[in-house]
Every structure is written in structure tokens, then in C-alpha cells.
Design a protein around this ligand. Structure first.
Ligand code: DQA
Length: 147
């Protein structure tokens, strides 16, 4: 099984970006933990990050055919991007929406997700550990429910 962990804008700055909100783990830490957790699940994890909306769309298109599912932290594009929502629908890939912070406990504009309706589920508020929870959830969605 192959899973893509895709991160959006400003997440390359994790570690130094508002650590009181997003924690102290760098994106490299998180990606290494995802790859290690994937091994315990029997999953090959690939990781990508972009600050550019269209590049994230391209990553979703490229995942079609090569990946079984995607863990997506779309950052601020979560709240604005119809293009990302359409890309998720178009690829028909199972996507788990992920946020480090509890977006519902923050500013009102973060309470809206353009992509949640086309995702299989959402994990938020558990910091860096959320990525591992999301991988486990996606693994369960793909295989656990059938075993
Ligand atoms: C975020 C939440 C978004 O509202 C914000 O724009 C981010 C990070 C999170 O992981 O908590 O960039 O997706």
C-alpha cells in the first residue's frame, strides 16, 4: 500500500512557525515519523510539500494510479480552495484531511473547510501525532474495515 502525505502552504516552516500553535516538530521530523509509522502498518509513505495551490493539485493528480490514499494538510487552502476540493473529487482518491491545531477553536474563518465534504474523514487538534493517527485511520479505511 502506498500513501502520500501532502502538506500545503507555510508548513515547511514548522518548528519555528508559531510553535505555541503548531508545536516544535519540524516538517522533516513529521515526515520521518510518518515513514516510520508507515512501516509498522506495512505502508510505503511518500511525502511532499508545496506553498503553491496548483502544485498541490498536480500532486493529487500524480497520486492517482500510484497511491492508495492521501493524508492532506492543506493549510490555509483548506478554507479557500475549490480547486483542491475538485482535485480530490476528480481523482476519487480517499483523502484524510489533517490539521495540527483544532481549527474550530480558532478564528471563525478557520471553521470552514472546502475540502472536508469530499474527504473520508478529518483529524485535527492532536499536533504532530495527528499525522500518525491519520495514517492509521486511512489504513483502516482502506483495509481494516474489510479484515
Ligand atoms: C493548519 C490550520 C490552518 O488553518 C492554517 O492555515 C495552517 C495550518 C493546521 O495544521 O493546524 O496553515 O492546517
Amino acid at each position: 500500500m502506498n500513501i502520500l502525505v501532502l502538506n500545503g502552504p507555510n508548513l515547511n516552516l514548522l518548528g519555528t512557525r508559531e510553535p505555541e500553535v503548531y508545536g516544535h516538530h519540524t516538517l522533516a521530523d513529521i515526515e520521518a515519523a510518518c515513514i516510520a509509522h508507515g512501516k509498522t502498518l506495512g505502508v510505503t509513505v511518500s511525502c511532499a510539500q508545496s506553498n503553491v495551490e496548483g502544485v498541490l493539485v498536480d500532486h493529487l493528480h500524480a497520486a492517482r494510479g500510484s497511491m492508495d490514499g492521501v493524508v492532506l494538510n492543506a493549510g490555509a487552502y483548506t478554507h479557500t480552495s475549490i480547486a483542491l476540493r475538485d482535485a480530490i473529487s476528480a481523482t476519487r482518491l480517499p483523502v484524510v484531511e489533517l490539521h495540527l491545531s483544532n481549527t474550530h477553536a480558532r478564528e471563525e474563518f478557520r471553521h470552514v473547510s472546502m475540502i472536508a465534504p469530499v474527504c473520508v474523514g478529518v483529524i485535527l487538534g492532536f499536533g504532530a501525532a495527528g499525522y500518525q493517527l491519520a495514517l492509521t485511520a486511512l489504513h483502516w479505511h482502506l483495509y481494516g474495515s474489510r479484515s
